[in-house]
Design a protein around this ligand. Structure first.
Ligand SMILES: [Zn+2]
Ligand SMILES: [Zn+2]
Length: 324
């Protein structure tokens, strides 16, 4: 089969790989769509032994198996199902298993992938192939973080909300915020096209990135940039919440200035989402299908993946989909 290989320093090529052979408890998935994700850029730079790609949608291709033909997205974290986190339903926080699909085992920039059955999330027929991959990072990650925030800050329409970073997770966060009843949402991003899209999707205000003096009851940090993280701690209002969703491998040092120290506030880190939220995420997409569809700005064949990945790295695409 054809699969993408990242060999480091931005070198990517489509190569021939042996067909995956599913182990016990696994099934073969024929991939239909894999969404490109900014977090893959580190693998593009570093190189990867495994097939990258972790926002995967496909159809189980295993004649005779009970799941044959099931349209499914792939839940990234492999999990034990027995530790206290798994038993409490926090399948993304498993205490004993740390394997992630597309990271330390083969993922979705390919024609086929072997998937543990526990990582198959069924996709109903009314969620079409182009929307299906958005059930993962774009909807799942953003909405899960906000579900944690709701425990601390219920959504009054007056709450001042700032989203920093208008990538797919930030814009997915905007849609989940609006769905939850937050209406006063501002989005900060340096790119004018992203600001424009945020406004069209319902952001009340848009800002370039820079020094802000306003205070916000909720700051949803989706950029992973240290400057944005620092700013979030400074501008969160007393008894407000900073939701930390963006990722970075670089050490982040917090300078605890008076603006940070002299107030009560909550800092919430969230990672991905528990499997139990899949049904709610489907409903979220159903309620705002057309808005989510706007995030997908390009589709292309697997053969074009090396060139398309470069375009994505240059910021020319928002949420492109590879079609296998
Ligand atoms: Zn992703
Ligand atoms: Zn576990």
């Amino acid at each position: 089969m054809r699969a993408l290989q990242f060999s480091g320093e931005g070198h990517a090529a489509v190569v021939e790989r042996a067909m995956p052979v599913p182990a016990a408890g696994e099934v073969l998935l024929q991939i239909r769509r894999t969404a490109l994700c900014g977090s893959d850029i580190k693998l593009w730079r570093k190189g990867a032994a495994q097939v990258p790609g972790h926002e995967i949608f496909g159809v189980v291709q295993q004649p005779g198996h009970a799941l044959h033909g099931q349209r499914s997205v792939v839940y990234i974290p492999v999990h034990c199902g027995r530790c206290s986190a798994c038993l409490a339903g926090f399948t993304q926080c498993c205490e004993t298993e740390s394997t992630l699909m597309g990271w330390n085992r083969d993922g979705g920039y390919a024609e086929f992938v072997a998937v543990p059955q526990q990582c198959l999330l069924p996709v109903p027929d009314d969620i079409d192939d182009d929307l299906a991959p958005l059930l993962l990072d774009t909807t799942g990650t953003a909405a899960h973080g906000l579900r944690l925030v709701h425990r601390l800050l219920p959504p009054p329409a007056t709450a001042r909300v700032l989203v920093t970073g208008a990538g797919p997770v930030g814009l997915g966060g905007l849609l989940a915020l609006l769905d939850a009843g937050f209406t006063n949402v501002t989005v900060a991003d340096p790119r004018p096209a992203r600001q424009q899209l945020a406004r069209e999707l319902g952001a009340q205000g848009v800002l370039p990135v820079g020094d802000l003096t306003q205070r916000f009851d909720l700051v949803v940090e989706c950029s992973g940039q240290h400057a944005a993280r620092d700013q979030a701690l400074h501008i969160v209002a007393p008894h407000g919440v900073v939701l930390w969703v963006g990722e970075s491998d670089e050490p982040w040092l917090v300078h605890e200035t008076k603006a940070v120290r002299r107030k009560d506030f909550f800092l919430v880190r969230s990672f991905y989402f528990p499997k139990s939220e899949h049904a709610e995420n489907i409903e979220l997409i159903r309620r705002h299908r057309d808005a989510y569809r706007r995030l997908v700005d390009h589709r292309f064949d697997l053969a074009e993946l090396p060139a398309e990945f470069e375009r994505f790295v240059r910021g020319e695409r928002l949420k492109p989909l590879m079609m296998a």
